[in-house]
Design a protein around this ligand. Sequence first.
Ligand SMILES: Cc1cc2nc3c(=O)[nH]c(=O)nc-3n(C[C@H](O)[C@H](O)[C@H](O)COP(=O)(O)O)c2cc1C
Ligand code: SF4
Length: 373
Amino acid sequence: MFQIFENTRIGNMVLKNRIVRSATWENRATDEGFVTDGLIDFTAELARGGVGLIITGISYVSEEGRITFRQTGIHRDECISGLKRLTDEVHRYGGRVAVQLAYGGGKSRILQPEKPLLAPSDMEGEFFGKAPSRAMTPDEIESVKEAFCKAALRAREAGFDAVELHAAHGYLLSEFLSPLCNRREDEYGGDLRRRARFVAEVIEDIRRTVGPDFPILMKVNGDDFVDGGIKATEAAEMASIFEMAGLDAIEISGGLFGPDRIPKDLIRRSIRNPETSAFFLPQAEEFKERLNIAIILVGGIRAVEMIERLLFEEKVDYVAMCRPFIREPGLVNRWKSGDRAPSTCQTCGRCLLKAFQGHKVQCYRHRKPVAES
Ligand SMILES: Cc1cc2nc3c(=O)[nH]c(=O)nc-3n(C[C@H](O)[C@H](O)[C@H](O)COP(=O)(O)O)c2cc1C
Ligand code: SF4
C-alpha cells in the first residue's frame, strides 16, 4: 500500500514523493550543448513545484550520438560546470534530478556526412532515420559503452542524483533490444539474451564505474507497437537481465518512431476517459510481476485519484508524467495543497510538434482547459 507523499529510496537517492517528471527534451541548451539560464529556470521550476524526481531531457553522451540542435550535452568535461549549476538549483529547492543519457543511433537528426549514423544493423526507411545507418563494428560498440560510462561519471561529478539510460523509443539502446532493428548475427544479435547483451554491458560498465550506490534507472519500451517489434513479455524478460546487471529502477514506455513517422504510441494525443489513461499499465504489470526493482509508469496519467489507486494497489512504485508538467510545473504542490482537479494538459501533443520545428518546449495550447469547462 504505497502513498504519494512518503519518503522512499532508490539506491542512495532519497525521494520525498513518488511522482517523477519523465524525461522531457527542453530545446534550451546552446548550439554546443551547454546549459543555459533558461534551461536551469525551466528545470528548477519543477523542483519548486514539488516534483519528487526530475529526469532531464535526452542528453547526448557523444557528439556522434547527438539527436538534435539545442539538445543538452554531457559528452565533454566542459559540460560539467553548467550541469552543476543546474543540479545546485534543483537541490536548493529540495528536489532530486537524474540526467537522461542517450545515443541517437539511427535516429540521429544531426546529419554528419563524414560520420555515418551508427545502428545495430544496416538500416534505412520509415523507422530508421533520415540517412541510412550502418551496423556498428565491435570497436564501435566498445567506444559507445565507454561514452556512456564517461557521461555517467560526469553526471555524478555534476551533482546529479541518478542517471537514466534511454533505451526506449528507437534510439540506439532500444534498437539493440528490438528484433525489428537488430538483425546482427554476432553475440549482440539473435535471441533475447543476445539482443539484451549490449545494454546489459552498458549497465555493468556504468555500475563498475560509479560504484554500488549511485542509482541507475532506465526507460524502455514495454511494446514497440510495430509489426516485428518487441512485446511486453519479452521486454520484461530482458529487464530481469538488466536487474541482474545492476539496474535500480525501470520506467515503462512504448512506441518506436523515426523522423518520418509521428510517435503516436509514445505520446498518445487524446485521453477520453480513465480507461485510456495510464496507457502502458498492461505492459508495466508484466514487469512488476517479474522484477524486484522499482517500476515507474509513464504515459497519459492526469488525475491524482488514478495515481493514488495505482500506488495503493502497488501496481507500480512510481508514477511519471511529462506533458502535465510542461503545462503546469507546480502540479504536485497544487495537489498537495488540496486542489485535486486533474492536470489541465489536454494531451494535444503540440508541445512536441513545436519542438520538432525548433521551438522551445512549452505549452502551446491556450484554449480553456478541459478541467475548467
Ligand atoms: C515535448 C516532449 C519532449 C519529450 N522528450 C523526451 C525525452 O527527452 N526523453 C524521453 O524519454 N521521452 C521524452 N518524451 C516522452 C515523455 O517522457 C513521455 O514518455 C510521454 O510524453 C508520455 O507521457 P505523458 O502522457 O505524461 O506526456 C517527450 C515528450 C514530449 C511531449
Ligand atoms: S501543448 Fe500544452 S496542452 Fe498540449 S500536450 Fe503540450 S502541455 Fe499539454
